[in-house]
Structures are given as C-alpha cells and as structure tokens.
Design a protein around this ligand. Structure first.
Ligand code: GDP
Ligand code: IMO
Ligand code: MG
Length: 422
C-alpha cells in the first residue's frame, strides 16, 4: 500500500480539515506531518463546528487511527484543550490517537520568544499566529529542542529548566516582559499530564508496518504550499516544509511509499498575516468574498485578506507537490458574482511572466486578469456535479487545462454532504 497526501496549495485555510474528514472513511490511518497549533482545521457536521489545531481531522470517524507525526510541533496546552473538547463527542482517544515520540514540544518560553521576535520586527513582522512555531523549529534544527519522548524521562524537569534558562537570556536581549511566565508554566505542566497519558510511539515504524499490512494512510498537511519554509514567499512563511516532500520527512515514509497527492485550493484566494499576495483585492469584490466566505482565521480570528485565484502561484504549488488530483473548495462563495476573474500572469519588472518569481512583492508585481462569466445559482444544495452551472464547469475546466491535473472534488459548503465527486 501507499500513503496518499492531502495538502493546501495556497496560503492555508483551503478547507483541508473538512475534506480530510470527508475522505477518512476510505482510510485506516490519518497522519499529520508538520506544523502545530498555528493550524486551525474546521469540520462541520450534525450542526456542530469543530476546530482542530494539533489532532488530525480523522478523529471523528470511529474506525480511524490518528497519528501526530514527528514533523509536528506540539503545545501540550493546546492539545489538552482539544482533548477536553473531544470528551463531549464520545471519541475513544486511547484507541483513536497516537503521538510520535520524535515530535517537538512547544514550551511557554517559545511562545514568548515568538511574540518578542514579532515585536522587534515592527512593521516588517511576519504576522505569526504567536503560537511559538518559529522558535520551536529553531530549537529543533539548532539541536536544543525537547521531544515528546523526553517527557517520560526522569531528567525532563532539568532539561526543561536548562532550555528555559537559554530562552530567558534571549528574552532579556529582546527586553521582553516575562511576568506571565509563572502562570503559563503552571498550565503547561498540568497539560503535560494529558500528553503523558496518550500512547507515545515510534510512529515511523508504526506507519511503515501499517503499509506492509495493507493499511491505507492519508497524510494531512497544515498551512499551504506558499507558506513553505523553502518555497513560500520567504520570509513571510511558516517554519516547516508544507509541501508533499514534508510528508516523507514528517512521518518517516520513503518517497516510493507515496501514492496520490491531493492538492486543495479555494475557488479564490486568501491569506492571513503579512506578506506578498499578488491577486489581493482592496475593492468591493474583495470585501464581498470576505463576507460571503466568512473569511476569519480559525486559530486567531484575524480577518483573512481576499483576492481572485492566482494561477502562476497555483501552478507553482502543483509542480512542487506533484499533485495528482485537485480539490476545489468554496465554489459556493463565488455564486452571484457577475464576473469572476483569474490572475493568469504577472507583469513583473515590466515583463509578462507566468511563474512565481523569487522576489514577489507588492511593488514589482501587477496581476494580468482573465474574466469569466459567473453564475446566479446558489450551489449549497447541489448534490451532483452534473447539476452545477455551465459557467462554473467552464471555470473548472480552464483550471484543469492550465494545471494539467483533474479537479476530482468540488466543495460547495462547509458540511460533509456539501461535497461533490467528479
Ligand atoms: P483548513 O485550515 O484548510 O482546514 O481550513 P479552515 O478550517 O481554516 O478554513 C476553511 C473554512 O471554510 C472553514 O470555516 C470551513 O468550515 C469552511 N469551508 C470548507 N469548505 C467550504 C466550502 O466548500 N464552502 C464554504 N462556504 N465553506 C467551506
Ligand atoms: P492552516 O493549517 C493560514 C500564517 C500566519 C503567518 C505565517 C507564519 O489552518 O491552513 P506561524 O505562526 O506559522 O509562525 O505564522 O503563516 N499561518 C497560517 N495561515 N492557515 C494556517 O494554517 C496558518 N498557519 C500559519 O498567519 O502569516
Ligand atoms: Mg485553517
């Protein structure tokens, strides 16, 4: 068996959580491979809305095993809150969830360092979610980090204290206040108990054995390809590899163990936080997308910036990930727009190009638009693809032709049954 991957092709929030939940019945195992509580994956069913940050989006399907992989960074505080929220929903956590011993731990001081670093950057700040992601991955690559496997060792408290001491020195350099740290640590140590009770495993062995035993695995990405640490709009990115190669690293699966790569994108484009966004709109259309699409961050509640679909960026993401099937979400949000636009090229330093250049920024890029006729119909009650309006089909076929990859799923609302298979 091979592992399929589902990941975002834009700047995150493409609807990964919803689609993973919809696809989970076809899989035995759902495994998150990177990111941490910067992610907010929303699932809606039975009139309830769930937002997951660390726990994979297969958790509500009774048969599936959910793995938090080695590539993830875990804040025990957020995780404990997520586990508490699940208690109301009859999820048998001891059966349904396992955590890699090699995943790194976000300490309270990582969160303070994230905030201190952002404050020091001033107007050039990344717009981080302030969850401590950057500092934790820095400690991982700097070989200072603490891992899940360490929390069950006797010397954990000493190792914690040593790393905290290093962080306090850095915070002093930043001249950043630490008076909240005591209270943050109380919650941290309390929450650590919830993590200690979970099955802590060597997930690379678990997953490779599962493949040998013909189990089907879906790897769930967080963030999106344009936030990738290597290929995104650096430095306005997150600190992990969000592209498909990140699933190999973040789960310990060799490249020849990868099957389908599902690339998910919104029918338009959004971004939270700072950084370039060539197809961003500042007009009535942008405000309409934000309002109709309820574009507010699932983790921070910040308004998401909105724009039309960006093809050069989407093509870049499809290439980097080796996408084999596309999934388009939020098609319903485009209903009632008379004209829908797509950015097909950029005017970059005076030249027309169709690729995502090295130095993307607002000043040197101007989008070239192609217009499409919209549709009036509300799509949220459509049950079959052949009921979709002709103009939407033309829009989808244009994207397929441009990317040379089929759009296999069209999502027309946040709920499970608002998902059309093509
Ligand atoms: P993720 O981070 O990729 O899992 O996406 P988020 O959960 O952060 O944001 C996606 C938002 O859009 C959530 O509020 C979803 O409930 C919602 N959503 C997902 N698919 C659709 C869709 O097809 N139509 C509409 N209107 N909302 C959707
Ligand atoms: P999901 O998985 C959208 C953005 C932040 C910021 C940048 C760096 O829900 O799609 P970080 O906290 O990682 O240091 O922030 O990345 N960002 C996201 N934007 N969706 C996400 O996750 C994001 N995770 C991080 O807004 O611009
Ligand atoms: Mg999200």
């Amino acid at each position: 068996m091979k592992t399929d991957i589902l990941l975002g092709l834009q700047w995150g929030d493409e609807g990964k959580g919803k689609i993973v939940d919809v696809l989970t019945p076809q899989y035995d195992i759902i495994a998150r491979f990177q990111g941490g509580p910067n992610a907010g994956h929303t699932l809606e069913f039975n009139e309830i809305k769930h937002v997951l940050h660390t726990i994979p989006s297969g958790i509500f399907r009774p048969e599936a095993i959910n793995i938090i992989g080695n590539g993830v960074v875990i804040d025990p505080v957020t995780l404990a809150k997520e586990l508490d929220a699940l208690q109301e929903h009859e999820v048998d956590i001891s059966k349904a969830l396992r955590v890699s011993k090699k995943a790194h731990i976000i300490l309270p001081t990582h969160r303070l360092l994230d905030a201190a670093s952002e404050r020091a950057k001033g107007s050039s700040k990344i717009g981080s979610t302030l969850k401590g992601i950057g500092p934790t991955y820095m400690d991982k690559t700097g070989r200072n980090g603490l891992r899940v496997g360490d929390i069950i060792e006797e010397n954990f408290t000493e190792r914690y204290a040593a790393l905290k001491q290093k962080h306090l020195q850095l915070l002093e350099n930043f001249d950043y206040p630490t008076e909240d740290l005591g209270a943050m640590e109380d919650v941290f140590f309390e929450s650590l108990e919830s993590l200690r009770k979970l099955p802590l495993i060597d997930s690379e062995h678990y997953l490779n054995d599962a493949l040998k035993n013909n189990k089907k695995i879906l790897a769930e990405g967080a963030q999106g390809s344009l936030l990738d640490i290597d290929f995104g709009s650096y430095p306005f990115v997150t600190s992990s590899n969000t592209v498909s190669a990140g699933a190999c690293i973040g789960l310990g699966l060799a490249p020849n163990k990868i099957g389908e790569v599902f690339g998910i994108f919104k029918a338009y484009c959004t971004r939270v936080g700072s950084g370039p966004f060539p197809s961003e709109l500042f007009d009535q259309d942008g405000r309409r997308l934000a309002t109709k699409g309820h574009e507010f961050g699932a983790t921070t509640g910040r308004p998401r910036r909105c724009g039309w679909l960006d093809l050069p960026a989407l093509k870049y993401a499809a290439m980097l990930n080796g996408v084999t099937q596309l999934i388009m979400t939020k098609a319903d949000v485009l209903s009632a727009f008379e004209i829908i636009k797509v950015c097909t090229h950029y005017i970059y330093k005076g030249e027309k190009i169709d690729y995502f250049p090295y130095d993307v920024n607002g000043e040197n890029i101007e989008p070239v638009w192609q217009e499409f006729k919209g549709w009036a119909e509300d799509l949220t009650h459509v049950k079959f693809v052949d009921e979709l309006p002709g103009t939407l089909i033309e829009y989808i076929e244009f994207i397929e032709e441009q990317l040379n990859v089929p759009v296999k799923i069209v999502s027309v609302g946040p709920k499970r049954d608002q998902t059309l298979m093509r």
